[in-house]
Design a protein around this ligand. Structure first.
Ligand SMILES: Nc1ncnc2c1ncn2[C@@H]1O[C@H](COP(=O)(O)OP(=O)(O)OP(=O)(O)O)[C@@H](O)[C@H]1O
Length: 283
């Protein structure tokens, strides 16, 4: 099956700043992909390259087997919601849906109306008067009703309160089940991503630190707690990703294909955070 996103040594420089370097990934179809990383890690840059809003400085990127944004057909296959859920402040909710219908050949009016109805949004309300959460939901509705094969969401839950975040992520899961789309969403909130993602990409310092299906990553990452003595007796091939001392004791996240005596399975937050912290520690 063609990967939804495939890159090889992809890099992007803005004048003197390298925002993304040597990025080689292959994202399988049908996944909800969590793209995490600290501020300035290169997440928006990677997503903008995926949508064709930016051109690479070097390297290669293919989206759904084609060049990003290469013509109307390719554009119709990808829905994109940029950071801060941009909407047209002067247009009403209904205007957004009319515009969506005019601009998108595969527009699903029934889906759009059903969502707006369920969210309790007034079709006559100007988008500029919606709350941050409502704007995010409107932007997601427009992107989903486009009926593309890939939905790209840049920090879609950043402006939402915890209840709205839950509702948004729940809706997202429903969409994926209903529409069969692949989704890439970036976030700082590993806990949120852990609820919905089955594929993880950790970016830090403009480089991919780890990427893969969540089940595969969890199978090979272990959490060791204690005074550190266990780290001196790790099995061959084990690699300490990150160690941390806290007032409550210490722990280490270790990558190892086989079992580690006395270790627990790491969870997704452990894994994501460990790779981010390890990069920060080397700066
Ligand atoms: N247009 C630009 N011109 C120059 N530098 C830029 C530009 N856009 C981004 N950068 C720089 O590239 C790096 C990566 O930025 P990017 O926005 O991709 O990170 P991010 O992971 O999305 O960050 P955040 O989580 O803060 O949104 C940062 O150092 C940023 O300052």
């Amino acid at each position: 099956m063609t990967p939804v996103i495939e890159t090889a040594q992809l890099s992007k420089r803005y004048r003197h700043k390298t925002a993304l370097a040597d990025c080689t990934i292959a994202v399988p179809a049908g996944r909800i992909v969590g793209l995490v990383g600290p501020n300035g890690a290169g997440k928006s840059t990677l997503l903008s390259l995926t949508c064709g809003l930016l051109a690479p400085t070097s390297g290669r990127i293919e989206v759904l087997g084609g060049r990003p944004a290469a013509g109307a057909a390719q554009l119709a296959r990808v829905g994109f919601v940029a950071q801060d859920a941009p909407v047209y402040a002067g247009l009403s909710v209904a205007d957004h849906l009319r515009l969506g219908a005019r601009l998108n050949p595969r527009w699903d009016a029934a889906l759009a109306n059903r969502r707006i109805d369920r969210l309790g949004l007034d079709p006559a309300q100007k988008a500029g008067r919606l709350s941050g959460g409502q704007r995010a939901q409107l932007a997601l509705t427009v992107a989903a009703a486009k009926r593309g094969e890939l939905l790209i969401l840049d920090e879609p839950v950043a402006s939402l309160d915890p209840i709205a975040r839950r509702a948004f992520l729940h809706d997202l899961l429903e969409f994926v089940a209903e529409l069969g789309v692949s989704v890439v969403l970036s976030s700082h909130l590993l806990g949120d991503l852990a609820q919905v993602c089955d594929h993880l990409i950790v970016l830090a310092g403009g480089r991919v630190q780890v990427a893969g299906d969540v089940a595969d990553l969890l199978a090979v990452h272990h959490r060791l707690t204690g005074d550190g003595a266990a780290l001196d007796a790790l099995p061959a091939g084990a690699r300490v990703v990150h160690t941390e001392r806290t007032t409550l004791g210490g722990h280490a996240i270790v990558r190892c294909d086989g079992p580690i005596p006395g270790a627990q399975r790491a969870d997704l937050e452990d894994v994501g955070l460990a790779y981010m912290m390890a990069t920060e520690a080397h700066r």
